[in-house]
Design a protein around this ligand. Structure first.
Ligand SMILES: [Fe+2]
Ligand SMILES: [Fe+2]
Length: 148
């Protein structure tokens, strides 16, 4: 299930976040693709570096959106999950700088797929659901103030 499967299709904030999640999986697909092409193994480092830059920007954008609607405690928990993913990405880069092999690229691609499927389809989805509820409640309050 994608985040866009939530009832948020018309929401510009979610559309942007959802598109970025697709890009995250594109990076992982690229790593899978080149694992068995030794000629292009150097490219795995380039992909991973771009992935890290992209993920940092995505995490900042997502955290700002969360901060706007949700209590700090909840947001902090999610921020630390982003930090875990970032640590794993950094570790992966270190591993590849030591040994750039098919086995390593494959193992990293598989682990990243697992990490990000869990993050995006479970953690992001759950927190966006909470955010959506707050957003809806605020809208209802504003509308009822206008009516009265
Ligand atoms: Fe997230
Ligand atoms: Fe995300």
């Amino acid at each position: 299930m994608k985040i866009s499967d939530l009832d948020v299709k018309d929401d510009a904030d979610f559309k942007g976040i959802d598109e970025e999640h697709k890009t995250i999986f594109n990076f992982i697909d690229k790593l899978h693709d080149i694992a068995n092409q030794p000629k292009y193994h150097e490219y795995a480092i380039v992909i991973l570096n771009s992935f890290i830059v992209f993920f940092v920007e995505h995490a900042i954008k997502e955290e700002q959106l969360l901060q706007h609607y949700l209590p700090a405690k909840l947001v902090d928990k999610h921020v630390s999950l982003h930090q875990d993913e970032l640590n794993y990405l950094d570790e992966s880069l270190k591993t590849l700088s030591v040994e750039l092999s098919s086995i390593n690229i494959q193992a990293i691609a598989e682990q990243l797929e697992l990490e990000f499927k869990t993050h995006i389809f479970i953690y992001d989805k759950n927190i966006m659901k909470k955010l959506m509820e707050v957003k809806r409640t605020r809208k209802t309050v504003i509308e009822s103030v206008r009516i009265n």
